[in-house]
Unconditional design. Structure first.
Length: 583
């Protein structure tokens, strides 16, 4: 399940046009993960949990199975998996999640039933097969991932590393400033120019003088066109050649047949006439012979028709040596072209089509190059215009983002900390704009801001990430946020501040937070404890909601370890009381 413990790293999503903006309607914003059920995954045999609005905290000892829950969530949102997830001894594992609302329009567009709530089920079999069901209708992992991107944003303990990416930083700034429309216009212009540049490079790939190739292609086109292969019927041509080549023999046979059938004393016709007379005599004696006489008369008629057909055929035979020579030359020409251009008339015609296309390309290459150069220049101008528009928006938003994150950081213990968003012109246009970006941070007074990548403390980075998420929460329309120990490497002193920020984010959406800090756990609207036990010699994990005394005992465990004391229990009860006053 190790692969399941890594969180899905989504940059905050700016408002999108079309499907996304349509899906994320007011009803969508109220959506939440109502329940999650896990069966036969890793150490989980059968686990079910129901979540609520606001901040849901999940705690438990190390190794209790919290990572299995996160991994199951990743699976239900379309992440890759394999049969190794299946609990030892089981034939199948499954995950099912129920969301309180489905993205409007998305299910209908995907041809899926919309019952108001959204039920996603995914199962894996020991034979390696897997199935996905959305509202009981079969679906694909691609559709599941698409829905997952609309429903849940997951952040893990290593997500602060994404803050080091300048591309990610630029995405954050544009999301904060709502620059989506202008950025999309820039990206479209940039991609258009990139395609034009590829076309131009392909055009210039062969820098040789094309005159020889043009001459050769012209010869090919002329040679195949003159053969008029498109009008050719090879079978008819071969049959005519056979007739003309054997004309003398055909005429001799026709004469012999004419004589044998009708034109000699011993012909079949004369013999049949004699037979007819004898049949007439027989019919005068034996009435049964009358039909035989009629059949003989019919045979005589057929003999005459056969003789006429052979005679007519013979008259059409052309014994002209000149025609035979002409046919010989035509067949030799076709044979030569077939052997030269692929073995068949169809292949030769295909060569003709390609030669024509290539010839047109070479003859118009200069014109096409000039056209592409003009289009590239036009696209470059559009890039420059959209890039400048985007730069103005970014410069305005950068200052506001820096101020907003700085305010959040001061609540997280950096009383004199300063966050900056530095923009500089890029040497060349990039896929995201004409600018380069650098998030910088000065945690202490008197220090110049340094790029985030130069900050060694993971605790500081975790708090910076949380501050950014709090600021971006108002601009991110994903209804469910999941934090997997985002408070890792944060000490107890800062735990309360981290919890307050998470509670603030949870005011506008559902937040599920796996935490090891009691200060964070105390602020949850709901608290769940993951634990493992041994039954019938097998380890299994479970999750239960806790409140009252049980919740205080769990906080006491987090404060002081397994040994529960009156001091830690009292401290836990006080923490819960203070948290209740702030809710």
């Amino acid at each position: 399940m190790a692969q399941g413990t890594h969180a899905r790293r989504h940059p905050p999503r700016p408002p999108r046009m079309g499907l996304l903006s349509f899906a994320l309607s007011f009803a969508m914003l109220r959506a939440m993960l109502q329940s999650l059920r896990i069966r036969n995954i890793a150490i989980v045999e059968d686990l079910a949990v129901e979540f609520g609005h606001g901040l849901n905290v999940v705690t438990g000892e190390t190794g209790a199975g919290k990572s299995v829950i996160m991994g199951a969530l990743n699976l239900i949102l379309g992440e890759r998996a394999d049969k190794s997830l299946i609990r030892a001894g089981a034939e199948q594992c499954a995950v099912e999640a129920v969301f309180s609302a489905a993205p409007r329009g998305v299910l209908e567009e995907l041809g899926l039933e919309n019952h108001g709530e959204l039920i996603i089920r995914r199962q894996f079999n020991a034979n390696g097969t897997s199935k996905v069901f959305i509202n009981d209708s079969p679906a694909t992992v691609q559709v599941l991932k698409r829905l997952g991107d609309l429903l849940v944003d997951m952040h893990g303990p290593h997500d602060h590393q994404s803050l080091l990416s300048r591309e990610f930083q630029m995405d954050l700034l544009d999301a904060f400033g709502g620059h989506d429309h202008t950025r999309r216009a820039y990206e479209n212009a940039y991609q258009h120019r990139q395609q034009l540049l590829r076309d131009r490079a392909a055009l210039a790939e062969d820098g040789r003088d094309p005159s020889q190739e043009i001459e050769f292609l012209r010869f090919q086109v002329r040679e195949i066109e003159e053969a008029k292969l498109s009008d050719l019927n090879e079978e008819e041509l071969a049959a005519e050649h056979t007739r003309v080549a054997n004309a003398q023999r055909i005429l001799e046979l026709a004469d012999a047949l004419h004589a044998a059938l009708t034109d000699s004393e011993t012909s079949a016709f004369n013999a049949l006439a004699a037979a007819q007379k004898q049949l007439g005599d027989l019919a005068g004696i034996v009435p049964e012979a009358k039909p035989w006489k009629q059949e003989a008369a019919a045979m005589a008629t057929q003999l005459q028709e056969l003789d006429r057909a052979i005679t007519d055929f013979a008259r059409r035979i052309d014994a002209d040596p000149a025609r035979l020579c002409e046919l010989d030359e035509r067949l030799m020409q076709i044979h030569r072209l077939k052997r030269k251009y692929g073995g068949s008339v169809a292949e030769a015609l295909a060569v003709l089509a390609r030669a024509r296309e290539r010839l047109e390309f070479l003859q118009t290459r200069g014109e096409r190059a000039a056209q592409l150069d003009a289009e590239i220049a036009k696209a470059a101008a559009q890039i420059e215009q959209h890039g400048r528009d985007l730069r103005k928006l970014r410069q305005s938003s950068a200052k506001k983002l820096a101020e907003a994150v700085t305010r959040q950081l001061r609540d997280l213990g950096f009383d004199h900390g300063r966050f900056e968003v530095a923009l500089a012109a890029a040497a060349e246009p990039t896929a995201s704009g004409l600018d380069e970006i650098e998030f910088a941070f000065a945690p202490n007074p008197g220090e110049p801001p340094r790029p985030l990548r130069q900050i060694a403390s993971s605790g500081e980075m975790s708090r910076v990430m949380l501050a950014v998420k709090v600021v971006l929460a108002a601009h991110d329309r994903i209804p469910v946020l999941v934090f997997d120990e985002i408070d890792a490497n944060v000490g107890g002193e800062m735990g309360k501040a981290v919890g307050e920020k998470l509670r603030l984010v949870a005011g506008a959406r559902q937040v599920i937070c796996i935490t090891h800090l009691p200060q964070v756990a105390a602020l949850g609207a709901r608290h769940y404890v993951v634990s493992k036990s041994v039954r019938n010699g097998r380890t299994t994990a479970g999750i239960v909601p806790v409140s009252g005394r049980e919740r205080a005992e769990e906080l006491a465990r987090m404060l002081g370890g397994r040994d529960l004391t009156s001091v830690t229990l009292k401290h836990a009860e006080e923490m819960l009381a203070r948290a209740a006053q702030r809710r």
